[in-house]
Structures are given as C-alpha cells and as structure tokens.
Design a protein around this ligand. Structure first.
Ligand code: GRF
Length: 203
C-alpha cells in the first residue's frame, strides 16, 4: 500500500514506521512525508530515507478549505492509499475528512475518549490517573473522536512530570502505530459504518 505520513514536528512516529518498514516488520511504500511547517524535523528524516518530502504551509489569511485543497492535491499526486497523521497539528476540514474517510488514521497521546485535544499528559497527571496511554483511531470530523483501533497503556508514577510521562507514552506509540499501518496495508483493517473492523471483527 502507498502511505503518506503527515507531520508538524519531531516525527518520531514517522521514524518508527520507517524503521518497521526497513527491518521488514511491515511492507509499505512510503510515498510522501508532508509537513505544514518547513522546519519540521521529520522532513529531514524523510530526506535521509529518500522519501519524497513536501512542505505545505498555510498562507496568511488562507481559509481551511483552500489549505486542505492544496494538501489533497499533493496526496492525489502521490496516489496515497492511506494517510497517517503523526503529530500533524492542524485541524482538517470536514470536507477533507469526509473525502478521506476510512483512509486516514491518527495517533493521540491519551486513552481516548479521555482527553481529546491538547496537553493530555498534564491532564492525566492533574487528575491523578494511575494509567495513561495512547490511541490510534480512524479520523472522523469530530476531533479525536473517531473509532478506536488500538490503544496502549502505561503506568503513571507519583514522581512523573510531563516529560517522563510523555516519553513513556511515546515509546508505546512507536509500537502500536506501525502495527496499525501494517493492518491497513494488508487490507485487514477497515472503517465500516462508524466502526473500526479488523479481520471482520468490530473493534
Ligand atoms: C505524539 O505524541 C502523538 O501522539 C501526537 O503528537 C506526537 C507526535 O510525536 N499526535 P512525533 O512527532 O511523532 O515524535
């Protein structure tokens, strides 16, 4: 399958997918890395691995619809079968999401439906949670609310700060995201009637 990865920053999840592909745990064609920021470090990771890297930066005053149309054009150009959001820090328009429904997944650093949106590690600590984690889900118009495909849990320790907790969650993300990409590329994972379905079973 042809995979496009969308990033805004560090790109450690992108790296995890690249590495899984390199060692043969998954077998995909990484056809594009697209960043909405020219200085996203993940663009350098893409270049290093000879993956076509694109920057699609918002222009001053540009509407969300215009931006998303330019993004769609890049995706159409590279004939991506699936869109993998990996720290892509832009809200996508409903039209864009609907057009790519069932083709687009996101990873979010919380045990959804807990803590959609930002500052998830802080929220977990503030609430005294003993368990935190990450979720991979299909993207639907409502932010961070699409059907969940796979989650990983981590413990929260009394001495944790945001950095230590985020690092623990990140490590888990790097395991679960390549696995989900693998399922997608193998045709085992589908979006059906608002549910995620793996090997014919509703998740
Ligand atoms: C991850 O924590 C992911 O859950 C969130 O953004 C972060 C991206 O990290 N959506 P990286 O750029 O992959 O290192």
């Amino acid at each position: 399958a042809r995979i496009a990865v969308l990033i805004s920053g560090h790109g450690s999840n992108l790296q995890a997918i690249i590495d899984a592909n390199t060692i043969g745990n998954i077998d995909v064609e990484l056809v594009a890395v697209i960043a909405n920021k020219a200085n996203a470090y993940g663009l350098q990771r893409a270049a290093k691995h000879h993956i076509p890297a694109h920057t699609v930066e918002a222009k001053p005053g540009e509407t969300r619809e215009c931006y998303d149309a330019r993004l769609q054009a890049v995706l159409d150009d590279c004939q991506a079968d699936f869109i993998v959001l990996a720290g892509f820090m832009r809200i996508l328009s409903d039209a864009f999401v609907e057009r790519n429904l069932g083709k687009m997944v996101n990873i979010h650093p919380s045990l959804l439906p807990l803590y959609p949106g930002l500052n998830t590690h802080q929220k977990a600590i503030d609430n005294g949670d003993s368990i935190h984690g990450a979720s991979v889900h299909f993207v639907t118009p409502k932010l961070d609310s699409g059907p969940i495909i796979l989650q990983a849990q981590v413990p929260v320790f009394a001495e944790d700060d945001i950095e230590s907790l985020a690092a623990r969650v990140h490590t888990q993300e790097h395991t679960i995201y390549p696995l989900v990409v693998h399922w997608l590329s193998q045709g085992r994972l589908h979006y059906q009637g608002g549910h995620a379905v793996l090997d014919g079973q509703v998740l």
